[in-house]
Design a protein around this ligand. Structure first.
Ligand code: FA5
Length: 344
C-alpha cells in the first residue's frame, strides 16, 4: 500500500518552516529528502505498483519531492543570510550597556590641579608646543652654554624651532602681552630627549604658574604649593623645599611631596619603593622668584614688581595619586590600564 504522499509532504514542509538553525535543517534534509527517506522509497518502488497506479503515484511523489527540496533550499538560504547579517536577534536577552568612557588619569589629575589653582585666583593661559629658542631659552635668561640647551635634552626642529622643554615658555608669552598684575597658570605637554625609565618620559606634562604683583614673596609661593598639595593628595601631605638653580628664578627651589605610595617608608612589600626610590619624597617641580632679567626681557619694571613662578610635573602627581609605579603606563594606550580609573 502506498503511504499518504500528501501527508508526508505537509509534515515535511511544516517541520522545515519551523526550523531555526542549520543543524536541524540538515537532519530534516536527511529525513525527508535523503536516500532513505519515505519519498525516495515511494519513487523507487513505482515499478512494483499495478500499472494503472504508477502514473498518478509517480506524478504526486515527484511533485512532493520537488516541493520539499525547494523548501529546504529556501530555508537554508534564509538561515545563512541571518547568520551573515547577525540578524538572529534574541529579544528576550538583556541589552548590553554601552561602555562609558572616562577621563584619562593624567587628564583627571591635570583638571583637578587646574581647578584648585583657578579657585586660588589663577587664570588659564595657553602656549604652543612647537616653540622658538627665544621663548624656550633666551627670554628665560638661559645663556646659550646652559646644559639644558644641549642637544641631548632638546628636540630641535628646523628653522630655529623646537619642541618646548618646559611650560615656562608661557610665562614669557603672557608677560609679553599683558601688564602686571598677572596671575596665570598653563597646562600642557613638554618634550625632552631623555632616557625613559619608571619616573622619566620623553613626553610629559607640566603646569606652569606665574604670579606677578607688588610685594609678592617666597612665603606666598610656599603657601600656594602647600595648599595645592593638600587639596590634591590629602591634608596629611607634606611638602619639602630645597635650594636649586634655574636661570629664570632667583632664588630658585625644587619642591617634593611626601610619597603616598609607600607612606614615606621607602619600601613596598619588602622592595624599595620605585616611585620615590626609597627616599619617601617625590620631586614634583621647580619654582622660585622671577629673575629681574626676565622682567626686563618682557619690559616689566623689576624695581616695582616681584613675582613667583612654579612648574609642576603632572605625571608625577598622577602617579602618587593613583599608586602607579611606572610613568610609561600613561602613554601606552593599554585599555586594561586606563579602564581602572572609572569614576576618577
Ligand atoms: C622645569 O621644567 C622648570 N621649568 C620649572 C620651573 C618653573 C622652575 C617655574 C622655576 C620656575 P624641571 O626640569 O625640574 O624644571 O621640571 C619640572 C618638573 O617636571 C620635575 O620636577 C618633574 O616633576 C617633572 N619632570 C621633569 N622631567 C621629567 C621627565 N623626563 N618625565 C616626567 N616628569 C618630568
Amino acid at each position: 500500500m502506498v503511504p499518504d504522499i500528501d501527508q508526508i509532504c505537509q509534515e515535511a514542509l511544516a517541520a522545515i518552516k519551523a526550523v531555526s538553525d542549520l543543524q536541524t535543517l540538515e537532519e530534516l534534509r536527511v529525513r525527508y529528502a535523503g536516500r532513505r527517506s519515505q519519498m525516495r522509497q515511494i519513487l523507487g518502488g513505482i515499478g512494483d505498483l499495478p500499472p494503472d497506479e504508477r502514473r498518478s503515484v509517480g506524478q504526486a511523489a515527484g511533485k512532493a519531492q520537488k516541493d520539499i527540496e525547494a523548501a529546504l533550499a529556501q530555508c537554508q538560504a534564509q538561515l545563512e543570510l541571518e547568520l551573515e547579517s547577525g540578524d538572529t536577534l534574541d529579544v528576550t536577552l538583556p541589552g548590553r550597556p554601552p561602555r562609558r568612557g572616562q577621563p584619562h588619569p593624567l587628564s583627571a589629575t591635570a583638571d583637578e590641579l587646574v581647578d584648585a589653582l583657578r579657585h586660588m585666583g589663577f587664570a588659564v593661559a595657553d602656549g604652543p608646543e612647537v616653540e622658538d629658542e627665544y621663548h624656550n631659552f633666551d627670554a628665560l635668561n638661559t645663556p646659550s652654554d646652559h646644559p639644558s640647551r644641549d642637544l641631548h635634552d632638546t628636540f630641535y626642529l628646523t628653522d630655529g624651532q623646537l619642541l618646548r622643554t618646559q611650560t615656562s615658555t608661557v610665562q614669557i608669552r603672557v608677560m609679553e602681552t599683558q601688564p602686571p598684575p598677572v596671575r596665570v597658570i598653563s597646562m600642557g605637554r613638554v618634550y625632552r630627549n631623555e632616557t625613559v625609565d619608571a619616573t622619566h618620559h620623553m613626553i610629559f606634562h607640566q603646569i606652569e604658574g606665574l604670579y606677578v604683583d607688588t610685594d609678592v614673596s617666597l612665603a606666598d609661593l610656599k603657601g600656594t604649593l602647600t595648599a595645592l598639595a593638600r587639596h590634591v593628595l590629602g591634608p596629611d601631605t607634606q611638602i619639602r623645599i630645597r635650594p636649586h638653580f634655574f636661570p629664570f628664578t632667583e632664588p630658585s627651589v625644587e619642591y617634593d611631596f611626601s610619597c603616598t605610595i609607600c607612606q614615606q617608608r621607602g619600601e613596598v612589600g619588602g622592595h624599595r619603593c620605585r616611585v620615590c626610590k626609597g627616599t619617601g619624597w617625590i620631586e614634583i617641580g621647580g619654582a622660585g622668584m622671577v629673575d629681574p632679567n626676565v622682567f626686563r626681557n618682557v619690559g616689566y619694571d623689576d624695581e616695582k614688581f616681584s613675582g613667583f613662578a612654579f612648574g609642576i610635573g603632572v605625571d608625577r602627581i598622577a602617579m602618587i595619586r593613583h599608586g602607579i609605579d611606572d610613568i610609561r603606563l600613561f602613554l601606552e594606550s593599554d585599555m586594561r590600564f586606563t579602564r581602572q580609573f572609572h569614576g576618577d
